[in-house]
Write a protein that binds this ligand. Structure first.
Ligand code: SAH
Length: 373
């Protein structure tokens, strides 16, 4: 038996594992992982379940959904909002998620500039007049580098239980493989795309001719499109209504980057200070013992994957203060990666972290620590 479905009474009930709708979404996710599009639009996004899955793909920076039914989109759109953890640990990439109310039969400039457009189980819901306009809107106007279209394969229907005419009462048609392929090939030819056919939901062994339960066409644009031609050459009035928009906290945003850098600098300085103070306590000022202490400090730093070697990078005590040089803190991989340059580190923490008078070291008062000890 095929691995992705179980059957009970061959022509009665075929249960796909995982369920077919999940296989369709997984197909899109795999395609995203492979091609790494930055901007993805899901047409006929319904309850936004595909968008919810795609927001975890780290290559995506812009996600948009479109549906003619605002209420179905609104039902679960709040689940696309950032979670508290997204604010606590902002991601390195930026992510904006927008939902629009409108029809794929109409052009709107907000749909320009996408790399991947997905139309999962959408076309069979379109009226004849809408289906006629659909290729010009998606392939002519939006013209992304990749379009994925999935639709039921009517040849599979006799293998499904309870399918009378169509799989869903709102379906306006269901095509067999030849019908879908001829429509897709003609569309691809008209708009200079190539198309490959595949699907999800394997037919039972011995019935391969029936084809996949869901047939899928993956269209790839043959010509290169320049960024400049996107907006300027396609003046169109906005007709869609934006019903939801959320911008995820990102380290690309200076405000979140600054918070992250300040926390990381204080955290790193505390670690260095703690280690330095305990070694100092252990070995006092004995030069021989101190050199052992330094070796140990190096090992500790090595553990954090960046040895502290330079003399002027060593922490030091003066009066009631301990000083942790910024150069040492900057040598730690996470601080280094967050800031990029030493100058940026100085700029981001300026006025936010207590520094030595020359600004070269983070300063901690250890008066009370001494008292405690
Ligand atoms: N893509 C979804 C389910 C699609 S069901 C998934 O993968 O689970 C089809 C959706 O297309 C419905 O939500 C319906 O409201 C929407 N739809 C139908 N006609 C449309 C049109 N002309 N423009 C945009 N969306 C449309």
């Amino acid at each position: 038996m095929d691995k992705n479905f179980q059957e009970e009474e061959f022509t009665e009930i075929i249960k796909f594992t995982p369920p077919l709708h999940k296989q369709r979404h997984q197909f899109v996710k795999d395609l995203v992982e492979k091609h790494k599009p930055k901007k993805v639009a899901d047409l006929g996004c319904a309850d936004c379940s595909l968008l919810r899955m795609l927001k975890f793909c780290s290559c995506i920076e812009v996600l948009a959904g479109l549906d003619i039914c605002a209420s179905v989109m609104k039902e679960k759109m709040h689940t696309l909002s950032p979670l508290p953890v997204d604010y606590l640990q902002p991601s390195e990439r930026s992510l904006t998620v927008t939902l629009h109310h409108g029809s794929v039969a109409h052009k709107d400039p907000c749909m320009l500039g996408f790399d991947l457009v997905t139309c999962i189980e959408l076309i069979e819901h379109l009226e004849e007049s809408e289906l006629k306009k659909f290729p010009e809107v998606v392939f002519g106007f939006m013209a992304p580098s990749i379009v994925v279209i999935s639709t039921p394969n009517s040849e599979f229907n006799p293998l499904l239980s309870r399918v009378m005419l169509y799989r869903h009462p709102d379906h306006k048609f269901e095509w067999n493989q030849a019908q879908f392929q001829s429509w897709a090939l003609e569309t691809a030819r008209c708009y200079d795309y190539s198309v490959e056919f595949t699907g999800v939901g394997h037919p039972p062994t011995g019935m391969e001719k029936v084809g996949f339960c869901t047939q899928i066409g993956v269209f790839v644009r043959k010509y290169a499109q320049t960024g400049a031609s996107l907006q300027s050459e396609k003046p169109t009035e906005a007709v869609y209504k934006t019903v939801f928009k959320t911008v995820y906290p990102s380290l690309k945003d200076e405000k979140y980057l600054q918070n992250a850098v300040i926390s990381e600098v204080i955290f790193t300085a505390q670690i260095i200070k703690h280690r330095f103070m305990s070694k100092r306590e252990e070995y006092g000022d004995d030069p021989e013992r101190k050199s052992k202490s330094q070796t140990s400090m190096d090992c500790f730093s090595e553990y954090l994957r960046k040895p502290v070697v330079e003399k002027n990078m060593e922490p030091f005590v003066s009066g009631n203060e301990v000083y942790i040089p910024l150069a040492t803190i900057f040598s730690f991989p996470k601080v280094n990666r967050l800031c990029g340059t030493f100058e940026k580190l100085c700029k981001l923490i300026s006025g936010k972290v207590t520094l030595s008078s020359d600004g070269s070291a983070v300063m901690f008062n250890i008066e009370h620590e001494n008292e405690e000890n």
